[in-house]
Design a protein around this ligand. Structure first.
Ligand code: HEM
Length: 246
């Protein structure tokens, strides 16, 4: 059964389930991944620290704290009810989210330069930094022009990249379990590289699919002079935006 054939109540339940999963996993990963960089002790780091690079651990801390805050703030920004009832809160949280991304992205450039993960990992992280900043800039520009739908689409893209922090650690966990049980010959560095790339590409592909299916396809099917046809008779772009928690 597709979401198109679901009743309104069932669709609401579906969105809230997805949203809860998103918010809980974001909170869980932020709570698990960030604290090792608050102790000031490089030995607590979850990734190997290059002893020859004095600022390596510091760059991870300056990156992880604002990135963790952005990860946790993100899901709340997609709740329509919150946005409609507390527009000022949405704006303030949005600005904090953007500032967090700017700081985290700048620090990530240094963290990527020092990573012991190898060239393929560095390239992935540099592309991620560029895409993170670009999508944030697009989202900001659209909202300054009052283009709410375009702002929403670019924020969805941006948060999908932020959420790569969750998928990366989930894939790594699965990979490590598989290595310990079924495939002991897997090299950890190769596993790490594969997980970094898979987390970015997977999130981008799923997000683009959702954007096309839920937002662009109904627009493309729009009849001249009529309301957008979604297949279930509801407007696709309207008071309750697609891809939103209600
Ligand atoms: C989406 C853009 C992001 C980029 C480009 C990025 C980049 C990086 C880079 C280059 C490293 C060093 C990895 C290594 O040495 O192999 C790193 C580590 C880290 N990042 Fe990010 N990151 C991003 C998002 C996030 C988010 C949203 C969080 C939120 C929790 C986060 C938390 C961390 C933490 C805690 C580390 C230290 C490694 C660990 O303990 O897992 N990052 N990141």
């Amino acid at each position: 059964m597709t979401t198109g054939s679901l009743s309104r109540a069932a669709r609401r339940r579906w969105w809230w389930t997805l949203w809860t999963l998103l918010a809980v996993s974001a909170l869980g990963i932020a709570g698990f991944a960030v604290p090792p960089y608050l102790t000031g002790n490089p030995a607590d780091s979850n990734v190997p620290i290059d002893a020859d690079v004095a600022w390596h651990y510091l760059s991870l801390g300056i990156h992880a704290v604002p990135a963790g805050l952005a990860l946790v703030l993100g899901p709340f920004q997609f709740v329509s009810r919150l946005r409609v009832r507390r527009p000022r809160l949405h704006r303030v949280a949005g600005r904090i989210y953007m500032i967090c991304i700017l700081i985290a992205a700048a620090a990530a450039v240094f963290a990527a330069a020092a990573t012991l993960g190898g060239l393929a990992v560095q390239v992935a992280f540099y592309l991620l930094v560029a895409a993170w900043l670009y999508t944030a800039a697009k989202a900001y520009r659209h909202i300054r022009r009052g283009e709410v739908q375009l702002h929403r689409i670019w924020m969805i893209r941006n948060y999908a990249l932020t959420f790569a922090a969750v998928t990366l650690r989930s894939y790594l966990l699965i990979g490590v379990v598989l290595k310990k049980t079924l495939f002991p010959s897997i090299d950890f560095d190769e596993l790490y590289t594969a997980c970094v790339w898979a987390s970015i590409l997977g999130n981008v592909l799923v997000t683009e699919y959702l954007i096309v299916q839920k937002t662009l396809a109904p627009l493309a099917r729009r009849r001249p002079g009529g309301r957008p046809a979604t297949g279930n008779g509801e407007p696709a772009i309207g008071a309750r935006p697609a891809l939103d928690a209600p």
